[in-house]
Design a protein around this ligand. Structure first.
Ligand SMILES: O=C(O)CC[C@@H](O)C(=O)O
Length: 471
């Protein structure tokens, strides 16, 4: 890049957020042009018939103005936030993205990049009438190197399609999410999605080797390296991982993929306290070591949601907390032996009270759905306030209990689940309908709590007095 990036028109999804946690501000019933608490519409131009002529010429049949079609891109997956865009653009190539952005920059038109529109924090839809730039038709796999395991593809490839493509070649994607059937790799990178395998394969900051990005003024930044080690200058691609579309539109990704494990086991366990759940995690890390690939948890409120709304039966007896452990290795007898030893030890030490193990695909999928389908189950409960929070792992469940106590029955349900291995809690609070009074009780409490505990440095005891003062 030879000059500074200036193009303040890419829609900033972070405008929906406060601090490091995420929240929804606007309900589906909010006035279209002024979502609650959203920033003022900035003085961008509005789309004219000349603009539409330009888009239609550039993208024949792919500059959509039919409102029935545009509507589904104006609304997020949760149907909680809604924009009022009248134009949906579906480029197929990087050059088309570049031409769109160059034109919009010249015309001062706001643009909202959109991938699979599976985000849960309102970042993938317009706030006002921004042009929606969808990457859905940019879905070609460009290259796969069977020796290095490096995949290069366009940004609109659906995660599950990439996984299926790789599985045929004895590889897997380094990330896996409940939304895999619709989410796109460009959106995964733009939001720095973590998912269920982060514990094993690390974050996208490590596995993404290269990116191609179109900047707001249409220039193409080519950092699409396919080298595992690349010390040639600044690692610019890192800026775009988690930038949520604010710095540019990711058009292609190269990513390092692990070999497909030859043996996979999934265990579903129950335990009485969160402290025991953490002790089980410690034991598990020590005894399973390199084959541990996921350590996830859900609480009993999540289990009730799965039972009630999705009719998924609890595979074990009722417990306050449930754990999903996955192992992935290359030798099934070695892995089974390690798992057996770990389970024996966990039961003997009465860390866990019940459990079941799966080695066949269908049972593995059934156990994983107890964790992956909580988001879906929650939507049947009414309106959902969602918070995706990273904390020292010892603290993650304390926020759930403190929030329950703080709300004292004002919410329908306060549930906690998430990625223990990453110290990442999904705190979800439901109410029969959107409830401004409930929101006022949740916020800023949740942000103050998180900031106070996340910034604390000293070692935290897992048996802290619940009446402790805040740090
Ligand atoms: O529903 C949520 O709040 C989180 C969804 C997803 O990130 C998950 O880990 O299941």
């Amino acid at each position: 890049m030879d000059d500074t990036f200036s193009g303040p028109f890419l829609s900033c999804s972070s405008a929906h957020f406060v601090a490091s946690t995420c929240k929804l501000h606007a309900g589906a019933d909010a006035p279209k042009s002024s979502p609650d608490a959203a920033p003022q519409r900035l003085p961008f131009s509005t789309v004219t018939s000349e603009d539409l002529d330009f888009f239609r010429k550039l993208l024949p049949g792919r500059a959509i103005t039919d409102q029935d079609v545009v509507e589904s891109s104006n609304v997020d997956w949760l149907k909680s936030v809604r924009g009022s865009s009248e134009v949906l653009l579906r480029p197929q190539t990087t050059d088309e993205v570049s031409q769109i952005l160059r034109y919009c920059n010249g015309r001062n038109l706001a643009v909202n990049p959109q991938g699979g529109n599976t985000g849960l924090v309102g970042g993938s839809v317009p706030v006002y009438d921004e042009i929606i730039l969808s990457t859905s038709l940019m879905n070609n796999i460009m290259n796969f190197d069977n020796i290095s395991g490096i995949l290069t593809c366009q940004a609109g490839c659906v995660l599950e399609n990439l996984s299926l493509y790789l599985e045929d070649r004895d590889y897997i994607m380094p990330l896996d999410l409940g939304a895999k059937g619709s989410c796109q790799i460009g959106g995964n990178v733009a939001t720095n999605a973590g998912g269920l395998r982060l514990l094993r394969y690390g974050s996208l900051h490590g596995t993404v080797l290269g990116l191609e990005v179109v900047l707001a003024d249409g220039r193409v930044l080519d950092c699409l390296a396919t080298l595992r080690k690349d010390n040639t200058g600044y690692d610019l691609k890192q800026l775009f991982i988690g930038s949520e579309g604010t710095l540019g539109v990711i058009t292609a990704v190269s990513i390092l993929c692990p070999r497909k494990p030859k043996s996979v086991n999934v265990v579903f366990l129950g335990c009485e306290t969160f402290e025991q759940l953490l002790k089980t995690f410690q034991l598990c890390r020590g005894m399973l070591g390199e084959i541990l690939s996921a350590y996830e948890f859900l609480d009993s409120e999540c289990m009730k949601l799965l039972n009630t709304h999705l009719k998924l039966p609890n595979p074990i007896s009722e417990c306050p907390f449930y754990i999903v452990i996955e192992t992935s290795g290359s030798d099934s007898s070695h892995d089974s032996q390690k798992l057996h030893n770990f389970l024996e030890e966990a039961m003997t030490a009465t860390l866990v009270t019940d459990g079941t193990v799966a080695t066949e695909d269908s049972k593995i999928k059934a156990l994983w759905s107890m964790r992956e389908r909580i988001t879906e189950a929650l939507t049947h409960d009414g309106f959902v306030y969602k918070y995706d929070i990273s904390l020292p792992v010892e603290r993650i469940y304390q926020l759930v209990t403190d929030m329950r106590e703080h709300l004292r029955g004002r919410a329908k349900r306060v549930v906690g689940y998430g990625h223990v291995g990453d110290g990442n809690l999904h705190l979800n609070i439901t109410s029969p309908a959107k409830d401004p009074a409930l929101l006022a009780a949740i916020e800023p409490f949740v942000y103050e709590w998180t900031t106070a505990w996340a910034s604390r440095r000293e070692t935290i005891s897992t048996t802290a007095n619940p009446a402790r003062p805040w740090p």
